[in-house]
Design a protein around this ligand. Structure first.
Ligand code: SF4
Length: 435
């Protein structure tokens, strides 16, 4: 690889790492004279698919030249610390094909600073995807950033070529955006989102009638919200997230804890600021409840609330806010209710439902199924486990969970079997027949 291209790759891959749509470990380790390999940043990151597969992507900017001056961004116009470079279309295509043929990557994630105007920038991104698909017959994954303000024709071509499109909202409120990027129009982001949504819907309908109809961004569209650069609360962030799922039909909303870069007093100072990793984690948990578990926004983040509880996960916080709904009987509750029990996931709820067909589910059966009993024990009942604390003193349940203390299983006077069997026996014990 030419030296100049490697240097560009180092700069543009480093600038792209702030986009949370894919994540990599970010470690650096140099090769030794006798060793093999190194882990310097070369733009390859790992992304996870909906079904849990890990996919390697070349994640780069086309250029870090930008006409905007967003205070939270390393590529902002006023940042004199970074060297400005731009790839050519041919260079990105050759890098992608070279890495793909060596089996380093399965696809490309391409974003860019905005040079010239939205159409000029988008045309370059589209030209890369066009050349990969048409000149090189590349069938790997392509994720393109959509630049707000780009023409509908270019967006349409981008959607025909790419598997996923994303337009980044970045700052979660209009007031926040005014504070850190006053040149930008908050509402301009939503126009391309709406266009992409309508085209995805239209393509899906056309393909239902005719399987040969062209695809359009078959992997859907996503966005990123920057957390902590501006003062929005978790409730405000989740309100926006919920709206993006319901109105714009986004496939994913990513949360990216603001990384202070220094040199701009419109955003928190690196000296006093700590990256909100824990907050980012809680938001992802809340997002998961909205997308996968059928929770409403108000159940996850009550109206009038500010931030999510930092000590407990949002599902446990929900159960503690509504103690009269618990404990849930694992042998009779519908699967939708099992999934609302802290410590029960989608998979373990399905396992319980399957086990119920074979017989009564007991405490040890749940443990054998991999249920996280440390939390779940307060919120579910089995014939040999009758927790009482959630009904009488939810505050005590909270203290035990936060403090990591388990509630002793409630003994029954007439328990037909010992509550705690040796592990091998518990695994082997057949489930009692349902009455
Ligand atoms: S428009 Fe994008 S690349 Fe340019 S400064 Fe703002 S966030 Fe950074």
């Amino acid at each position: 690889m030419r030296r100049q291209v490697i240097e560009k790759l180092e700069i543009l891959a480093d600038a792209a790492k702030y986009d949370a749509s894919c994540a990599s470990s970010g470690g650096t380790r140099k090769n030794s004279p006798t060793g093999i390999g190194n882990s310097t940043g070369a733009g390859i990151c790992h992304s996870y698919t909906e079904d849990g597969r890990c996919v390697s992507l070349l994640k780069v900017l086309f250029s870090n030249v930008c006409i905007y001056d967003c205070a939270y961004c390393v590529s902002r116009r006023s940042n004199e610390e970074v060297e400005r470079v731009a790839f050519t279309v041919k260079e990105v295509v050759e890098l992608t094909m070279g890495f793909y043929k060596r089996n380093y990557i399965e696809g490309l994630f391409l974003s860019s600073g905005i040079f010239g105007d939205a159409d000029t920038t988008t045309e370059k991104l589209v030209a890369v995807a066009r050349s990969l698909r048409h000149d090189h017959l590349f069938n790997g994954y392509i994720h393109l950033k959509v630049i707000p303000g780009a023409s509908p024709e270019l967006l349409t071509e981008a959607g025909r070529l790419a598997d996923r499109l994303s337009v980044n909202v970045e700052i979660p409120s209009e007031a926040g955006l005014k504070q850190v990027a006053p040149e930008k129009d908050y509402h301009q982001v939503f126009a391309p989102m709406g266009h992409v949504r309508d085209r995805i819907d239209a393509a899906r309908e056309e393909r239902q009638k005719d399987r040969r109809a062209p695809r359009f961004a078959a992997g859907g569209q996503s966005t990123q919200l920057v957390i902590g650069a501006t003062p929005e609360t978790d409730r405000q962030i989740l309100e926006l997230t919920d709206g993006l799922y319901s109105e714009q039909k986004l496939r994913r909303v990513y949360f990216s804890g603001f990384v202070p870069l220094g040199g701009d007093d419109r955003v928190p100072d690196p000296e006093s600021y700590r990256a909100p990793l824990h907050r980012e984690h809680r938001l992802y948990q809340a997002d998961w409840l909205l997308r996968k578990y059928g929770f409403d926004l108000d159940e996850v983040a009550p109206p009038g609330s500010a931030n999510l509880d930092s000590d407990i996960d949002p599902k446990t916080a929900y159960a503690l806010r509504f103690p009269t709904l618990f404990p849930v009987d694992v042998n009779t509750a519908p699967i939708e209710w099992l999934q609302r029990v802290p410590g029960l996931g989608i998979r373990s709820s399905k396992r319980i439902v399957a086990a119920r067909r074979r017989g009564t589910v007991r405490w040890d059966d749940l443990r054998a199924m991999g249920v996280v009993m440390k939390r779940a024990q307060y919120f579910l009942t089995t014939p040999d486990h009758k927790p009482h604390l959630i009904g009488s003193d939810p505050g005590a349940v909270r203290r035990r969970i936060v403090g990591g203390k388990a509630e002793a299983p409630q003994l029954s006077l007439f328990a037909p079997a010992p509550l705690v069997m040796p592990a091998p026996l518990a695994k082997a014990a057949p489930l009692a027949k349902a009455a």
